[in-house]
Design a protein around this ligand. Structure first.
Ligand SMILES: Cc1cc2nc3c(=O)[nH]c(=O)nc-3n(C[C@H](O)[C@H](O)[C@H](O)COP(=O)(O)O)c2cc1C
Length: 208
C-alpha cells in the first residue's frame, strides 16, 4: 500500500473551509486510488517537540557532518520519529489557512522539527540535495481576503514560503488550491469559491 499523509493546520474541524475542500479531494482520491492509505496528522492535536537548546545543538552537529553525540540522542528521538513518519509517505495533502499572511504557527513548528540535515536534506559538493525527492504534494489553502492579484498578492507569504521549503527538501511536484476570499466579500462569494475549489480538488485527486 502507498501512503498519503494528510497534514492538518487548522483547529476548526468540521467548520474549516480548508478542510471542506480537502474532504472533496479525499473523497475522489479514495475512490480513484484504492491502493493508497490516507493517514492524518492533525498538528493542533499533536504535541510537537519544542526546539530546545539540545535539539538546536543537534542540528548544528549534523550540519557539521558529525554524528549526534550520545547525550543529544534522547532529545532527538522525537525529531527523528517525525522525520521518519514524514518520509514514510509517498504523497502529501496539506490543509492550511492563511494566518497573518503566512502559515499558522503549528505548521511552522512542524517544519522546524522535520527540516533537518540528513533527514530531509544534505549538503553535497554540488549544493543542497533534498531527500524527500519523488513525492507529490497538494496544498489546500484558504484565506479571508483575495491575494490572487497585485497589490494584495505581494502580501501572500503562504504560497511562496511553502513552495520554497518543500522545493528545498526535494518536493517539486506540488500543486496549490487557494480558496479565496472566504471572509471579505460575504457568504455568497465564499460558498461559490468553495464549490469551484472542490471541483478543482476532485480533478487533482483523479490525476494524482
Ligand atoms: C489567527 C488568524 C489569522 C488570520 N490571518 C489572515 C490573513 O493574514 N489574511 C487573510 O486573508 N485571512 C486571515 N485569516 C482568515 C482565515 O485565513 C480564513 O478565515 C480561512 O478561511 C480560515 O480557514 P479554516 O476555516 O480552514 O480555518 C486569519 C484567521 C485567523 C484565525
Amino acid at each position: 500500500m502507498k501512503k498519503l499523509l494528510h497534514i492538518i493546520a487548522t483547529p476548526r474541524g468540521d467548520r474549516s473551509r480548508t478542510l471542506q475542500v480537502s474532504r472533496a479531494f479525499l473523497e475522489a482520491f479514495r475512490t480513484t486510488h484504492p491502493e493508497w492509505n490516507v493517514e492524518e496528522l492533525d498538528l493542533f492535536k499533536e504535541k510537537l517537540p519544542p526546539l530546545t537548546v539540545e535539539r538546536v545543538d543537534g542540528k548544528y552537529v549534523l550540519l557539521s557532518g558529525k554524528e549526534l553525540p550520545v547525550e543529544l540522542k534522547g532529545a532527538w528521538e522525537e525529531i527523528l520519529r517525525h522525520i521518519e513518519r514524514f518520509l514514510a509517505a509517498d504523497g502529501y495533502l496539506i490543509s492550511t489557512p492563511m494566518w497573518n499572511f503566512g502559515v499558522p504557527y503549528v505548521l511552522k513548528h512542524y517544519l522546524d522539527v522535520i527540516v533537518q540535515p540528513r533527514g530531509l536534506f544534505r549538503y553535497t559538493p554540488n549544493g543542497v540535495e533534498g531527500l524527500a525527492k519523488g513525492r507529490k504534494m497538494v496544498i489546500m489553502t484558504s484565506r479571508g481576503g483575495d491575494y490572487s492579484t497585485a497589490p494584495a498578492s505581494t502580501m501572500d507569504f503562504l504560497e511562496p514560503y511553502l513552495k520554497a521549503v518543500f522545493n528545498f527538501v526535494g518536493i517539486t511536484e506540488l500543486t496549490f488550491v487557494n480558496v479565496q476570499p472566504m471572509d471579505a466579500l460575504g457568504p455568497q462569494v465564499r460558498d461559490s469559491k468553495i464549490s469551484a475549489a472542490c471541483e478543482s480538488a476532485q480533478a487533482l485527486a483523479w490525476k494524482f
